[in-house]
Design a protein around this ligand. Structure first.
Ligand SMILES: [Zn+2]
Length: 176
C-alpha cells in the first residue's frame, strides 16, 4: 500500500494487489471512504496514520514524499497542540471547578435563601403562578407525636390518654 497526499482529501491510500488485506488495514486504522464511484480511502488524522504504521498491511507500507512532508507537519502541529493542552489543563480544571461551585451556589441561593418573585412586565392583569416561582425547600413537619400512653383505665383496661384521667377513661367516666 502506498499513501499519497491530496489537498482536498488529505492522505489517500493506494491499494496494492492485496485488496482485502489493504482494505482491512485502512478500516482498522480508521480511514474513511468517499464511497462510489471512486472508493478512495482517506484520512486527515494523525491518529489514523499512526495506527496504520503500527498495524502495517501485509503488502507493506510506503509513503510519497509529499505525503511524508505533510505527515511530519501534522506531527509537529499535534505535538504543539498537546503541549498547549498540557499547559492549559490546570487552568481549565480550575475554571470548571469555579463554574461548578458557582452553579451550586446559585441553586442554593435560588432554592433556600431568596425567593425572587419575577415580574411580568407589559401584562395588565398579570398574576404570578406557581410555575413562575423557584422551588422552595420541602416543608418540615413540626408535629411531634406524643408517646403512647402507659396508663390504663381500671374499668375497661384500655389505655388512657392525656385528656383523660390517668386511671379512668372518658367513656367509663361518663357512662358509669
Ligand atoms: Zn374505661
Amino acid at each position: 500500500m502506498n499513501i499519497h497526499h491530496d489537498t482536498t482529501l488529505g492522505f489517500i491510500a493506494q491499494f496494492s494487489t492485496d485488496f482485502n488485506g489493504d482494505l482491512n488495514a485502512v478500516k482498522t486504522a480508521g480511514f474513511r471512504t468517499t464511497g462510489p464511484p471512486q472508493w478512495f480511502w482517506y484520512t486527515s488524522k494523525l491518529v489514523a496514520l499512526n495506527k496504520l504504521r503500527e498495524n502495517k498491511p501485509v503488502s507493506g507500507l510506503t509513503i510519497s514524499e509529499e505525503a511524508y512532508t505533510a505527515y511530519m507537519r501534522l506531527s509537529e502541529i499535534e505535538a504543539r497542540n498537546a503541549e498547549a493542552r498540557k499547559l492549559f489543563a490546570p487552568i481549565k480544571e480550575k475554571q470548571a471547578k469555579a463554574k461548578k461551585e458557582r452553579k451550586k451556589q446559585e441553586l442554593k441561593d435560588r432554592t433556600y435563601t431568596t425567593i425572587v418573585i419575577p415580574e411580568k412586565p407589559g401584562q395588565d392583569y398579570d398574576h404570578i403562578g406557581a410555575e413562575d416561582l423557584p422551588p422552595i425547600p420541602p416543608r418540615e413537619n413540626a408535629y411531634v407525636p406524643p408517646p403512647p400512653p402507659t396508663t390504663v383505665c381500671f374499668m375497661c383496661l384500655q389505655p388512657t390518654y392525656f385528656y383523660e384521667l390517668a386511671d379512668l377513661c372518658l367513656w367509663c367516666e361518663k357512662t358509669t
